[in-house]
Design a protein around this ligand. Sequence first.
Ligand SMILES: Nc1ncnc2c1ncn2[C@@H]1O[C@H](COP(=O)(O)OP(=O)(O)OP(=O)(O)O)[C@@H](O)[C@H]1O
Length: 351
Amino acid sequence: MKDNLSVQEMDKRPLLEVQNLKKHFEVSDGFRKKKLLKAVDGINFYLNEGETLGIVGESGCGKSTTGNLLIHLLEKTDGKIIFNGKDLDQLTKEEMRKSRADIQMIFQDPFSSLNPRMRVVDIIGEPLKTHTKMKKNEIREKVYQLMDAVGLDRSYGSRYPHEFSGGQRQRIGIARAIALRPKLIICDEPVSALDVSIQAQILNLLIKLQKEFSLTFIFIAHGLPAVKYISDRIAVMYLGKIVEITTKNQLFNQPMHPYTVSLVSAVPLPDPFIRDTRERIILEGDIPSNVDIPSGCRFRTRCPYAQERCKLEEPDLVELEKGHSVACHFPFRTIQNKKGEDELEGISASK
Ligand SMILES: Nc1ncnc2c1ncn2[C@@H]1O[C@H](COP(=O)(O)OP(=O)(O)OP(=O)(O)O)[C@@H](O)[C@H]1O
């Protein structure tokens, strides 16, 4: 894992650029009236090769929809996805086929994402059968190599998914996802359904494979701990928008959006003997509906610092410090208080 990308890496064009990406679903309000559910509502981010971007936020904020748009499981409503320097809308059929192989997904529930009637070797070998011209014996050898890479004993190859534990099933899903040597893998809550002791094993496996196979990850999760463990940078989503995006260290040491401050302050400090001086925001109320998004800043209904301007104007995602962008009219900044201790205080971002 890297916290700082080298200058050469920064100079290269990102592997993925997402511009003003939107997914609006038409839903019925129960009275035959159609409304728009704004699952993803204009998000922008980039991802460098070899990097892991964590995407975090409460249930329903649009994390999985973002992942599904990137692997073409869903049609976008608007925006641009530029992968490997190419606008996905402009690809030829052949280029599209290749890009589908280059972006893979690992799902939260490895059981429902694995065909229960297929043997493990067939599940892992399926993408090779569909997307390559490899011969049977080549596929078999490749499948065994993939099983070795994810720590599955070759002798398990003829078993079926139900014969495995959750962690082992996730290893099968990971082997299938890396079979075509993709460039980018979207990991959609890959450890949320697993016991805590198994979670670390799967995260460590992903980190090992990232190095071995030069992978780039988007790692989606509800909570910060797993994201903190694996990510280089983190994007925080709220109600279909990215409200803050920066490096992992910046996000934990100097969160600027009040929503991020609330998420970060809910993560216990690793050493209970260290005095916890972090600003604490305990969120009240439920997340509003994506069908009725509040005017102005969409976080304002739950924000203890909301002011009149927040009701009237939607804040843009603005880069306030190098590599640290925030969508808030009154972001937090770390300042020295009179006692000389670090303190977080809400101050206005004059744009
Ligand atoms: N096919 C669909 N039709 C209508 N609404 C949908 C559809 N898929 C997702 N949504 C809605 O879009 C919003 C975002 O859903 P999404 O699954 O992306 O959120 P999420 O952040 O991944 O949540 P979770 O952590 O619970 O998976 C939710 O309100 C969800 O109900």
